[in-house]
Design a protein around this ligand. Sequence first.
Ligand SMILES: [Zn+2]
Length: 390
Amino acid sequence: MTSRIALRAAALFDGATTATGPLVVVEDGRIASVETGGRGSPPPGVELVDLPGATLLPGLVDTHVHLGFDAGPDPVAALAGRDREEVLEQMAQACAAQLRAGVTTVRDLGDRDYLTLDLRAKAAPGELPTIVAAGPPITSPGGHCHFLGSAVSGVDGVRAAVHEHAERGVDVIKVMASGGQMTPGTRWDATQFPPEVVRALVDEAHAHGLPVTAHAHAVDAVRDALDAGVDGIEHATFMTTDGPRLDDELLATLVRRRIAVGLTVGLKVVPGMEPPPDIRRHLPAILAVAAAICGSGALVVAGTDAGIAPPKPHGVLPLGLVHLTELGMTPLQALTAGTSVAATVCGLGDRKGRIAPGYDADLLAVAGDPLTDITALLTPQHVLVAGQPV
Ligand SMILES: [Zn+2]
């Protein structure tokens, strides 16, 4: 039996352009038809969801989350203290929070024990956001997020790790090319692997048909990752021992090669919770680098790092897209970055991020017009995932 539902709203953003008076018909989890200008009427016998005053958008896509981190005061310790079933339960809660916020696709860039793959394998359609999974991030011994279980060294070590990830069925390889704030003893202004090891990792991943995105704060890590041929850069703070310093040549390479740059936007104000001292000290310079990247024509997406701290709750992406406008994007550019562009970066550009016939029926309705006031994203009215109401 086919299940059909129609949605009518005041305005439409279809992932690329805008229109008024949309009527979208959903059939068996897919978008069957889209009419605009108030011309459409629901087919006979089809349930109509009327959303007067609302704007209909594609479900949002967060390109960088950690479902296994609970966004509590110490997500690393919390994860370490949970057994497999408890982690899966935590991940399900994280997914529910993402859906409530209108985020219908997430790319998990670092789990433990490949549990994101187990989570999605057991889920019924419409139960979870679509999960694009990296499994445990590949890092160096004692390196950033080594506690997630995939610390290796040398050319043979990274090739074996990529091979294992491919066999487990991941969609993307995440490599920690620099240290990070979350892991004591690592340096965010320094690389974690020699250049030839990063090259071998990317080579092995591409041989398995997998894209690679590199966690890269350090300028040197960005350079090595680009030299190695990665497909994406996460964070891109261009950190040096003297703080963030944008490298024009590397930025030009990012722009020319259409490398995805995941900016770590979206920070919820939580009373009593301040960013770590190093981030606080460098924040103005970090934001200046991010604004320069936004203005450069680079392929920018919002990857929030949801889960890693209380100001980064699951479902923080709408705030991240607001944040992109504060970095100089227009609302149209930010919404495009958070839908169709992000879907393409996740390898799902033919299924997600657009409201068009044949696309998955992942839909978000917000009150008002996010193209004139993007904070409208913060009040989702109605969310559909795979055609199912959340
Ligand atoms: Zn991360």
